[in-house]
Design a protein around this ligand. Sequence first.
Ligand SMILES: [Zn+2]
Length: 351
Amino acid sequence: MIIPHDIPPIQPPEFHLDIGPPKWKEVENTVRRARAASAPGPNGIPYKLYKNAPDVLRFLWRLMRIVWQKQGQWMRWEGVERRKISWRDLWEMEASKISFIIRATYDILPSPKNLHQWFGEDPSCALCPTPATLKHIMTGCKTSLTQGRYTWQHNQVLKSLASALENKRRVTNALPLRATNPLKETTFVREGQKRPKHPSTKPETGHLCMARDWKMLDDVSQQLIFPAEIASTNLRPDMVFWSPSLKTAYIIELTVPWENSIKEAYERKKLRYAELAAEAKQRGWNTKVYPVEVGCRGFVASSTIRLLKELGIHGQALRQTIRSVSEAAERSSQWLWLKRKDPCWAPRTSR
Ligand SMILES: [Zn+2]
């Protein structure tokens, strides 16, 4: 679906919506106001029970608060694209995968910290002496970090992203060079005629169409050495995408963070490459630093989609790329989860 350009932007809400869990007072008042014979809610528990067993009511309220707080978490994620999972996707997914994604998203997997909260078990991480939340297992464990678990996950996602970019690069370089920027071209329409809905040839979009000598380096296939023609540095971004004739370079850095930390990861990476970008600019290069993120639970950040669109990846190709990077993050996270108690680290080899 294409959203027409003349739709006015949506204004931020005037009234703050309270999305906090219900307060005890609210629950108490609701129960007091209802008649004992009122029709029960979806759970079928009659009001009579709530009225006569305040301890049960309080217990249920506490449980509800835990679930509410966990569920509300994803509403506070910033810079994350809304995820579209179709019925077909669900149909084709293995049951264990669906269950993992949902439980990871709501943070209700049996992590030591959750088991501690639910049943009073030892909350420690099996690999280090820290209380192990899901966030700790996925992104924060020092032992996992030294063992290279997170680097492995990062590279799984990077491989998937790099392959989409490499594909776009090859296709672009093979096209005949356009004399002008098609973005600025005007289509003339005769009076009384409508603008054609679908142009006969799909115009090449994005900034790549101005050159046919695009080069790309990524840090997965070989250790990246930053191209000396752009700037001299010891920094090793995840990808460099550049055109010598245009003197344009994209410095791309991928992070696979906990979804709540996407914005923070973006700012940190932007800062890391600021000096390098400035040096390249001084040498006459139009340089863009692109920190991109794919959350460890498969939620793709807006920054990633911005990059793909800027490089002219749209429509079906865009959806495919989003899906493949998202799946790479999910699959590797599931593996990190399965290996959470195993002190020996071995990357997943199949698929
Ligand atoms: Zn740990």
